[in-house]
Design a protein around this ligand. Structure first.
Ligand code: HEC
Ligand code: HEC
Ligand code: HEC
Ligand code: HEC
Length: 407
C-alpha cells in the first residue's frame, strides 16, 4: 500500500529528481496494471510524499539492496509515463540566437554605446567566444554529438554565439553572447531607435518619440522596459531546453539562473539614461518586478522544456525538478502579496498540468496561461505595491560576477 501510493504520487518526477539521476530505461515494463493503480490511489498526499519516500527508502535498505528497489520503483513509474508514441515524435529545436541575417554585431552598437560595450567585454558572455572552442569540456560535448566544428553551424550557436550572414550561403560567428542576443537583432531597429525622429533629443515631440519606440519594438527591438521579453530570452538559453544536448552530449542541464542576482552583477550596464550616476543597481521597485517575472518565466520555460521531452532521462527529470522548485518559490512570494488575481492565476496554472511525458498539449496550455497572466500583471503594476516581498530579494553579495565597479 505504502509502496504503490508513493509510486503514484511521484509521477510528477519530483521524486526521481531527488533521489536518482541515472534512471534505468524501462521500455517494455509498461503494464495496464499501472493504470489500475493510478485509479485506485487518487489520494492527495502532496505534503507527505517526500517524507514517505525517504522513510520507505531507508526502511527498504534493511530489506533489499537499494538498486533493486530503485529499479522496481522507477521501472513502474517510467512505464506509466512512457509511451512509444512520444518516443517517435521529434521536435525541431528553436534557436535563441538573434537571426544571423539581421545582426549588426556588437561593434555597430558600440559606436554609440561605448560604456555598455566596456562592461560587456568583461563578462562571461563576451569571453565564451574565445574560451569555449578551446575548452576540453566543450570539445567532449561536441564529440558526443558528432559535431566537428563548434563555431560552424552547430547547435552551440543557439546559445554561445552571435552569428552574421557573411554571404548567400555562409554564416559567420562574430561574437559570443552579445548586445543583440538580449536586445534583438539590430538591422531593422538600429537606425530608427537612435534617430530622435530626425530631430534632436530636445526638439522631438512626445508623440514622435512614442511612435519611434513603437516602430523599434515592432522591428524586434527588446527594450529594458519589456522585462518579460528580456527574461524570456535569458531563460531561453539558461534553462538549456535541448534534450539531446543534455542526455547525449552531457551538457549541464541549465544554470542556477535567477533574474535579479544574475542581471545585477557582471551583466549590469545601466549607463545610458543617467550616465552621471554611474552603473547603478536597478531600483528596488524594478528588482521586485524582476524577481517575480524571473520566477514566472522560469516556471513557464521549464514547463515548456518538460513539454518537449521525449524520454524519461536526466533531461526530463532535471526540467521537472526545476518546475517544481520555481513554482514553490513563486508560491512563497505570492503568499506575501496575495491580493493580485494574476499571480493567483499563475500559481494555479503552474500546478495544473501533470509533469509527465506525452502531455504536451496540457503543459503548453498552462505555460501559455502563465505567460499571458504575467503580461497582464505587468501592464498594471510597477513594483511600488510589492514591498512585502523585499525580504525574498537576492542580496548584493549574491550578484553573479559582481566586481568592485558594479558594487
Ligand atoms: C547612432 C547611435 C546608436 C547606435 C549605433 C546604437 N544605439 Fe542604442 N541608443 C541610441 C540612442 C540615442 C538611444 C536613446 C534614445 C532615447 O532615449 O530616446 C539608444 C538607446 C538604446 C537602448 C535603451 C532603450 C530604452 O528603452 O531605454 C538600448 C537597449 C539600445 N540603445 C541598444 C542598442 C543596440 C543593441 C545597438 C546595436 C544593435 C544600438 N543600440 C546601437 C543610439 C545608438
Ligand atoms: C540552450 C542553450 C545552450 C546550447 C544550445 C549550448 N549551451 Fe553550452 N551552456 C549554456 C549555458 C546556459 C551554460 C552555463 C551553464 C552553467 O552555468 O551551469 C553553458 C555552459 C557550457 C559549458 C561550460 C560547462 C562547465 O562545465 O562549466 C560548455 C563546455 C558548453 N556549454 C559547451 C557547449 C557546446 C559544445 C555546445 C554545442 C554542442 C553547447 N554548449 C550548446 C547554454 C547552451
Ligand atoms: C545578457 C543580456 C544583455 C546583453 C548581452 C546586453 N544587454 Fe543591454 N540590457 C540588458 C538588461 C537586462 C538591461 C536592463 C538592466 C537593468 O534594469 O538593470 C539592459 C539595459 C540596456 C540599456 C539601457 C541602460 C540604461 O541606462 O537604462 C542600453 C542602452 C543597453 N542595454 C545597451 C546594450 C548594448 C549596447 C549591449 C552590447 C554592448 C548590451 N546592452 C548587451 C541586457 C543585456
Ligand atoms: C543567447 C543565449 C544567452 C542569453 C540570451 C543569455 N545568456 Fe547568460 N550565458 C549564456 C551562456 C552560454 C553562458 C555560459 C558561457 C560560458 O561559461 O562559456 C552564460 C553565462 C552567464 C553569466 C555568467 C555566469 C557565471 O557563472 O559566471 C551570467 C551572469 C549570465 N549569463 C546572465 C545572463 C542574464 C542576466 C541574461 C538575460 C538578461 C542572460 N544571461 C542571457 C547564454 C545566454
Amino acid at each position: 500500500m505504502l509502496l504503490t501510493a508513493s509510486i503514484y504520487h511521484h509521477l510528477d518526477w519530483a521524486f526521481p529528481a531527488i533521489i536518482c539521476n541515472d534512471r534505468p530505461s524501462a521500455q517494455g515494463l509498461r503494464s495496464q496494471y499501472f493504470d489500475k493503480l493510478k485509479h485506485l490511489f487518487r489520494i492527495q498526499l502532496r505534503g507527505a510524499r517526500r517524507s514517505m519516500v525517504k522513510c520507505f527508502l531507508s526502511w527498504g535498505n534493511y530489506l533489499l539492496p537499494k538498486t533493486i528497489i530503485m529499479t522496481a520503483l522507477l521501472g513502474v513509474v517510467t512505464a506509466g509515463i512512457f509511451s512509444s508514441e512520444s518516443l517517435a515524435q521529434k521536435k525541431t529545436s528553436k534557436s535563441n540566437a538573434p537571426i544571423a541575417k539581421n545582426t549588426k554585431g556588437p561593434n555597430a552598437c558600440a559606436e554609440c554605446h561605448k560604456e555598455e560595450a566596456k562592461v560587456w567585454k568583461k563578462s562571461q558572455h563576451f569571453k565564451t567566444f574565445r574560451e569555449l572552442p578551446r575548452s576540453k569540456a566543450a570539445r567532449d560535448i561536441a564529440k558526443r554529438l558528432d559535431i566537428k566544428r563548434i563555431k560552424s553551424e552547430s547547435l552551440c550557436l543557439n546559445c554561445h554565439f552571435t552569428s552574421q550572414k557573411a554571404s548567400k550561403k555562409k554564416v559567420k560567428v562574430i561574437a559570443g553572447i552579445s548586445c543583440e542576443s538580449c536586445h534583438g537583432a539590430g538591422k531593422n531597429y538600429i537606425d530608427i531607435h537612435s534617430s530622435y525622429s530626425g530631430k534632436t533629443k530636445e526638439t522631438e515631440s512626445e508623440a514622435e518619440k512614442s511612435s519611434r519606440w513603437k516602430t523599434a519594438e515592432s522591428n524586434k527591438m527588446i527594450r529594458p522596459g519589456n522585462i518579460y521579453q528580456i527574461a524570456k530570452n535569458c531563460f531561453g538559453c539558461h534553462i538549456v531546453p535541448f534534450e539531446k544536448l543534455i542526455n547525449v552530449g552531457k551538457h549541464p542541464a541549465g544554470s542556477s539562473f535567477e533574474l535579479v542576482s544574475w542581471s545585477q552583477g557582471e551583466i549590469r550596464h545601466n549607463l545610458w539614461h543617467q550616465p552621471d550616476k554611474g552603473n547603478q543597481e536597478a531600483s528596488i521597485e524594478r528588482r521586485r518586478i524582476m524577481y517575480l517575472v524571473g520566477l514566472t518565466v522560469e516556471i513557464e520555460s521549464s514547463i515548456r522544456a518538460v513539454a518537449v521531452s521525449e524520454e524519461t532521462n536526466h533531461y526530463s527529470v532535471k526540467m521537472a525538478h526545476r518546475v517544481d522548485e520555481s513554482r514553490k518559490k513563486f508560491l512563497a512570494a505570492y503568499k506575501l502579496i496575495p491580493k493580485f488575481p494574476e499571480l493567483e492565476a499563475i500559481s494555479a496554472a503552474s500546478y495544473e498540468a501533470g509533469l509527465k511525458l506525452n502531455n504536451r498539449k496540457a503543459l503548453t496550455q498552462s505555460a501559455d496561461k502563465i505567460a499571458s497572466q504575467i503580461q497582464i500583471f505587468l501592464t498594471k503594476h510597477d513594483g511600488k505595491q510589492l514591498g512585502a516581498i523585499d525580504s525574498l530579494l537576492p542580496k548584493k553579495n549574491s550578484y553573479v560576477g559582481r566586481t568592485e565597479e558594479t558594487n
